[in-house]
Ligand binder design. Structure first.
Ligand code: TYM
Length: 333
């Protein structure tokens, strides 16, 4: 790879990818492929922290790769690969576990939330989830990590772990920076705008799946929870529902909140919801068509996975070897 800056990010192949994942993460990856060396993973090992149905996980992994491509990621320009295809991730994660304190892991908001939600399965993987994420990023010496707002804390712990390691062993890891979009970094649930939109929500009306058909999208937006003021105005605190719809509309159209307020002046929420629904449905239609077409070509997707895994392995091997050497592990002859 050339001396361009390195970008790493990933999405879990659990549940249906939502509009939140798209606007908070993937949409921002698209322009980066022209300027940076980008590596995007389908982080299937992370998905195992919650019980998965094997056949579904397999299908969702392929479907996520198809979505990456359908959203506009060029498999030639970017390294697209499945995390479990490169064993270096699990290897480095073990090492970094030995440089991470249980105290700092127990402060992670996502862990606390997931532990509450899956009280019958608070496994050690759920606890050390951020360490595997640190391994993902540090293996490739990533400079920037484009993610949604909810991942900021995991980026901070990644930086802490890297700095701690570097302080002992010298400059082994690049310290990565988060890259969070100004609009769309935290898309909220359509049913409860105090909560983030999540693919694991039990109520499907709370999220838009990237594979939802236009009539479903329209009906979900029509039912979105708003307020009784009937004025399209951005006010996150007092009008979280409308503000959320405005941020969805703004991130897709590029219009400012001021422009949107003017566009819908004197119109009711019904008109606004219809416009947001139509914009989302029109954005997703070509993505869905491409996704479906790619899903019928298993050999093509398998080839991309194979090529991506080889490239990912090649890139991460250097870091892993250096880490082993610094730690005093005897190289295998
Ligand atoms: P995941 O699959 O939960 O989310 C994938 C990406 O979507 C963003 N996101 C959102 N953005 C805006 N609004 C929302 N409601 C919303 N929900 C999710 C997330 O911030 C994320 O960018 N732990 C990561 C996966 C991961 C990773 C990594 C990311 C594993 N290793 C290394 C970066 C680098 C996660 O949250 O996945």
């Amino acid at each position: 790879m050339s001396q361009k800056k390195i970008i790493f990010s990933g999405v879990q192949p659990s549940g249906n990818l939502t509009l939140g994942n798209y606007l908070g993460a993937i949409l921002n990856w698209i322009p980066l492929q022209e300027e940076y060396n980008c590596i995007y993973s389908i982080v299937d090992l992370h998905a195992l922290t919650v019980r998965q149905v094997p056949a579904e996980l397999r299908k969702k992994t392929r479907s996520l790769l198809a979505l990456y491509i359908a959203c506009g990621l060029d498999p030639e320009k970017n390294v697209l690969f499945v995390q479990s295809h490169n064993s270096a991730h699990a290897e480095l994660a073990w090492i970094l576990n030995c440089f991470t304190y249980t105290g700092e892991l127990s402060r992670m908001t996502q862990f606390k939330e997931k532990a509450q939600k899956h009280a019958d399965n608070i496994n050690a993987g759920l606890f050390t989830y951020p360490v595997l994420m640190a391994a993902d990023i540090l293996l490739y010496q990533a400079d920037l990590v484009p993610v949604g707002e909810d991942q900021k804390q995991h980026l901070e712990i990644t930086r802490d772990i890297a700095q701690r390691f570097n302080n002992i062993y010298g400059d082994v890891f690049t310290i990565p920076e988060p890259y969070i979009p100004k609009v769309g970094a935290r898309i909220m649930s359509l049913q409860n705008p105090e909560k983030k939109m999540s693919k694991s929500d039990e109520n499907p009306n709370s999220y838009i799946s990237l594979l939802d058909k236009p009539d479903v999208i329209m009906s979900k937006f029509r039912r979105a929870v708003t307020d009784s003021e009937a004025i399209v105005r951005y006010d996150e605190e007092n009008k979280p529902g409308i503000s959320n719809l405005m941020s969805i509309y703004s991130s897709i159209t590029g219009k400012s909140y001021g422009d949107i307020e003017k566009e819908f002046e004197g119109l009711g929420y019904g008109d606004f919801k219809t416009a947001v629904g139509q914009t989302v449905a029109e954005t997703l239609r070509p993505i869905q068509e491409k996704h479906d077409q790619l899903m019928s070509d298993k050999a093509y997707l398998d080839n991309i996975m194979k090529d991506g895994a080889q490239r990912a392995e090649g890139l991460s091997y250097r870091t892993l070897r250096k880490v082993y050497k610094k730690l005093g592990l005897v190289p295998r002859s």
